[in-house]
Design a protein around this ligand. Structure first.
Ligand SMILES: NC(=O)c1ccc[n+]([C@@H]2O[C@H](COP(=O)([O-])OP(=O)(O)OC[C@H]3O[C@@H](n4cnc5c(N)ncnc54)[C@H](OP(=O)(O)O)[C@@H]3O)[C@@H](O)[C@H]2O)c1
Length: 256
């Protein structure tokens, strides 16, 4: 029973793992024994995260520069991980971005940028790791959704579309890859204190207090609070769980 949540010697890729929620999940995985691949664009931030995590937990950690909008870079990521570790067990599709405007004000390029990062990137990364997961007779894909997977917002058309889409992508992959023993689940974070939401708080006056008042636990979440649920979904404790979208939101999604 002790090792129900162990990820000892597993190899986990975390897109956008150099900061915010992704880094917290990468640290969590390393704390239970996983080797980590941090896949993101900002190489300085990635190098810092690699150093922090490997020093703290002693597992193997590498960084790979990847823009998840670029299919060839995603294929190269999968190749690099296989070359380095010889296997891929876990993928967290966490890389994400947002552009806030009223629907009538988006350019097509802005729409494409958000969808390509949050949704198409998650699909292509999943597709790229599928053969490697099949080769080790199983795997775990964890997609990061949002409260906007459930709720709408006036300045969220592409972001909300991408995060709603990620729940449906989760279900489709879960059904298709169940025979390969690959479980695919989503986490829907509530309002979490990261760079992404620091920007939102600058752009939306009163957001800080509104979130506190609207959240039953009465506070914002911290990135570290996503680590436990990600470890659970990545571990054998969740082997019979697939296609689910789990809110981790301090009760935000259950209060009228
Ligand atoms: N914070 C919240 O309240 C909240 C709530 C719900 C959902 N989420 C979701 O959680 C995920 C992480 O967000 P966060 O809040 O931790 O924000 P963050 O600190 O801004 O992290 C976003 C990460 O995505 C990476 N990224 C962005 N575009 C990328 C691209 N084209 N290719 C590769 N990596 C890319 C960034 O790294 P580089 O810039 O180095 O590439 C960064 O590491 C996102 O999917 C977000 O939508 C956040």
């Amino acid at each position: 029973m002790n090792d129900l949540f162990s990820l000892q010697d597993k190899v986990a890729i975390v897109t956008g793992g150099n900061g915010g929620i992704g880094k917290a999940i990468a640290r969590g995985f390393a704390s239970v024994g996983a080797n980590i691949v941090i896949a993101a664009r900002n190489e300085a931030k990635t190098a810092e995260a690699v150093l922090d995590i490997s020093k703290e937990f002693g597992t193997r950690v590498i960084g790979v520069r990847v823009d998840v909008r670029e299919e060839n870079q995603i294929r190269a990521l999968a190749d690099k991980v296989l070359e380095t570790f010889g296997r891929i067990d876990i993928l967290v599709n966490n890389a994400g971005t947002n552009i806030r405007r009223l629907p009538q004000d988006y350019t097509a390029a802005e729409w494409d940028e958000v969808i390509a990062t949050n949704l198409r990137g998650a699909f292509l990364c999943s597709q790229a790791v599928h053969p490697a997961m099949k080769a080790v007779k199983g795997g775990k894909v964890i997609n990061i959704g949002s409260m906007t997977s459930i709720f709408g917002g006036s300045k969220l058309a592409p972001y909300g579309t991408s995060k709603g889409g990620i729940v449906q992508l989760t279900r489709s992959l879960a059904v298709a890859w169940a025979p390969d023993n690959i479980q695919v689940n989503a986490i829907l974070p509530g309002w979490i204190n990261t760079e992404l939401t620091r920007q939102a708080r600058k752009e939306i006056s009163g957001l800080e207090e509104r979130v506190i008042n609207r959240t039953p636990v009465g506070r914002w979440g911290e990135p570290e609070e996503l680590a436990g649920v990600a470890i659970f979904l990545a571990s054998r404790a969740a082997d019979f769980m697939t296609g689910v979208a789990l809110p981790v939101d301090g009760g935000f999604s259950i209060m009228i």
